[in-house]
Design a protein around this ligand. Structure first.
Ligand SMILES: Cc1cc2nc3c(=O)[nH]c(=O)nc-3n(C[C@H](O)[C@H](O)[C@H](O)COP(=O)(O)OP(=O)(O)OC[C@H]3O[C@@H](n4cnc5c(N)ncnc54)[C@H](O)[C@@H]3O)c2cc1C
Length: 410
């Protein structure tokens, strides 16, 4: 018997086009974001001029994000996100916050709805717009099945009426477009939910509390209050017929796209991981340079194994995190099933790496690491959110544990 080995190409090299995009975004991160990152962190305001600069060069645009999303290898988006977060995670979130709403519209809307609403999430240079995606509520964070925001259909006027409170919403209350997930049939839990577009200027939507945060302070986070907020029937993403069909199937106990939505979430987790990798890399690079320069006891501090070994570990963990992010992004783009929670693995490992590596960077800088004159304390504050939003570390472990065991671990 002969065994024929077919040679398939395996490569971790990125293409020329991807290299060009990465270097272009890196240039923006270095020249535009880094010089103003400290200021915007202190101001805790939406950095409109930075978003405007990004729009001017085509980075904050529907065209750019649509082509990055469409890369069949999945890597363009994660390369972009790593570079932006390397520049500054708060500014990065201000630039990419609108993509959450874009993903919500793309994932749930019809092609006509995508064509109508997605351009409105970005606007145009000189007239930029921003968007928000609201799921979380005061009593429904990790447990999204218990959302209380209700959407009731008013058949006489073909309108939906939304009432409830969303919290922790990126760009919440100041966005031009809000995509809101609400319960249409609470008895069905997450399978009774639907997504709605709230157009700009709709009465009944207002900003509640604006949060003062530990990190990513250039990104606006606030409550969104919906008080009998009336929107036209066409603002239900996916349309009424599809919703009615889905609800009927859910009532019969069949698998529905409520569960499919959770699978979609899994495929966007490497995007969160990629940002965490950017913070880890920034922290590692800064600490490496510092350790070579800083002298104590007549030698550079990197000449002490205890410091050099820290840096070795920081580099290794950052690279390992990036590989998990690339694997998950590639699997999502090539539609490989995530059988072991690979999306969650990438987000979990990268976020915990960013927290660890940025803390080690503070340690390497000593007292200089602890003060705001140096960026590493900011990077450490920024890193922590990646273990919390878009699924906490505990929830990621739950997803991985369930995937590998096939059991409903609690
Ligand atoms: C800066 C920021 C921006 C955000 N942006 C958005 C946004 O744009 N849109 C949006 O919809 N949301 C957003 N969020 C919300 C975010 O996704 C939630 O904070 C997150 O999902 C956690 O929910 P929670 O805060 O209610 O915590 P909880 O769910 O109350 O969790 C509290 C703790 O309990 C643990 N826990 C909960 N359930 C379990 C379990 N079953 N097993 C083990 N441990 C468990 C958690 O891991 C956590 O440690 C944002 C949050 C922040 C802070």
């Amino acid at each position: 018997m002969t065994c024929e080995v077919s040679m398939t190409v395996f490569s971790l090299s990125i293409s020329e086009e991807q290299t060009t995009v990465r270097d272009w975004v890196h240039g923006f991160a270095l020249d535009v974001m880094r010089p103003v990152a400290h200021d915007w962190d202190e101001r805790e305001e939406t950095p409109w001029p930075v978003i405007e600069e990004a729009a001017k060069i085509g980075l904050y645009s529907l065209d750019f994000f649509a082509s990055a999303f469409a890369d069949p290898t999945g890597l363009t988006m994660v390369l972009t996100l790593e570079e932006l977060a390397w520049g500054d995670a708060g500014l990065a979130m201000a630039i990419i916050g609108s993509t959450l709403a874009m993903a919500g519209i793309l994932g749930n809307g019809t092609p006509e709805q995508a064509a109508e609403w997605i351009p409105a999430c970005f606007g145009t240079p000189g007239d930029v717009k921003i968007a928000a995606f609201g799921v979380s509520e005061p009593d429904a964070g990790s447990d999204v099945s218990s959302l209380r925001t209700r959407a009731v259909y008013d058949a006489a006027h073909d309108e939906w009426v939304l009432t409830g409170t969303k919290t922790w919403i990126t760009n919440g209350g100041i966005a031009n477009i809000h995509v809101i997930v609400a319960s249409v049939d609470p008895a069905l839990g997450s399978r009774g939910q639907a997504s709605f577009v709230i157009p700009e200027g709709t009465p009944g939507l207002r900003m509640g509390q604006k949060f003062q945060k530990m990190g990513i302070r250039a990104s606006h986070t606030a409550e969104v209050i919906l008080e009998e907020c009336r929107i036209p029937g066409r603002c239900l993403l996916g349309g009424k017929d599809r919703l009615d069909e889905r609800l009927a199937r859910a009532r019969e106990g069949a698998k529905t796209s409520g569960q499919a939505a959770m699978a979609t979430f899994e495929t966007t987790r490497p995007y969160v991981g990629a940002q965490a990798v950017g913070i880890a890399r920034a922290s590692y690079e800064y600490a490496l340079d510092y350790a070579k320069e800083r002298r104590q006891f007549g030698q550079a501090i990197i000449e002490n194994q205890s410091i050099a070994f820290k840096l070795a570990d920081m580099k290794m963990r950052t690279d390992a995190a990036r590989l998990l992010v690339w694997r998950a992004a590639w699997m999502a783009a090539t539609r490989q099933p995530f059988l072991a929670g690979e999306g969650s693995q990438s987000k979990l490992f990268a976020s915990e790496t960013a927290v660890h590596v940025s803390e080690e960077a503070i340690q390497i800088l000593g007292g200089y690491g602890y003060v705001r004159d140096y960026p590493v304390e900011r990077w450490h504050r920024d890193s922590k959110i990646y273990t919390i939003f878009e699924g906490t570390s505990e929830i990621q472990r739950l997803i991985i544990a369930r995937a590998i065991s096939g059991m409903h671990i609690r």
